[in-house]
Design a protein around this ligand. Structure first.
Ligand SMILES: Cc1cc2nc3c(=O)[nH]c(=O)nc-3n(C[C@H](O)[C@H](O)[C@H](O)COP(=O)(O)O)c2cc1C
Length: 196
């Protein structure tokens, strides 16, 4: 059984176009017996930033190698997944800070990555991470796009060898029907997960 962790950061929930794209992908995966999808909706989680006491607690737990503390549950869940799907809209040239908060919570030395004299190395099991996003403007091949590029770099950090992104660009430009753009992105994503 291939364990797929779906991280939902579609802040607008049922209004979200990113979710429309993602649900089509999940439906296709769930139709196959080989995949088991676990959903993590970030909007429903009590995620906290690494600040003050919460940061200090992490430092002392890690100093004691106490990796079983409940606060590390997100990191364990992430590191054990065989595939990861992240869905988030394009906000402020990147993605919502809620996703950064999640990233901050799962990037734990000793769980998702390790450090030795040669540098850092990833500890995650996942072979692939697929990022699904929708953008108001058209940022294809733009150096201003920081969300997908950052997640791609993090995959290297976490030891996930393959990173793919499917983006529906230009949804707020009015140049093309939203449905046309979304259908095109759905088709691209379905082809990608045909062999996930
Ligand atoms: C807070 C916020 C920030 C946004 N920032 C950008 C941006 O920097 N560039 C852009 O092209 N669109 C931006 N947008 C538009 C969204 O990328 C676009 O509407 C997207 O499809 C929203 O996804 P959703 O329908 O899944 O919520 C922003 C929208 C919001 C609400």
């Amino acid at each position: 059984m291939v364990k797929v962790l779906y991280i939902d950061c579609c802040i607008r929930r049922d209004q979200s176009r990113t979710r429309i794209l993602t649900e089509a992908v999940l439906e296709a995966l769930q139709a196959k017996e080989a995949y088991q999808v676990e959903r993590l909706c970030l909007m429903d989680e009590p995620l906290m930033p690494l600040s003050e006491g919460f940061f200090a607690q992490r430092e002392s737990l890690l100093a004691e190698h106490d990796y079983l503390h409940p606060r590390f549950r997100y990191a364990h869940q992430f590191s054990q997944a065989n595939r990861v799907i992240v869905a988030a809209p394009f906000w402020d040239l990147g993605f919502p800070s809620l996703l950064k908060l999640y990233i901050e919570n799962i990037s734990v030395d000793g769980i998702t990555f390790g450090v030795d004299e040669r540098g850092t190395h990833g500890l995650c099991k996942a072979e692939r991470l697929l990022f699904l996003t929708t953008r108001g403007g058209d940022y294809r091949n733009s150096k201003l796009e920081m969300g997908a590029r950052y997640l791609g770099a993090l995959c290297e950090f976490w030891g996930i060898p393959r990173f793919d992104v499917v983006a529906a660009d230009g949804l707020d430009l009015g140049r093309e029907e939203v449905k046309t753009i979304l259908d095109c992105a759905i088709e691209e994503a379905l082809t990608l997960v045909g062999n996930f």
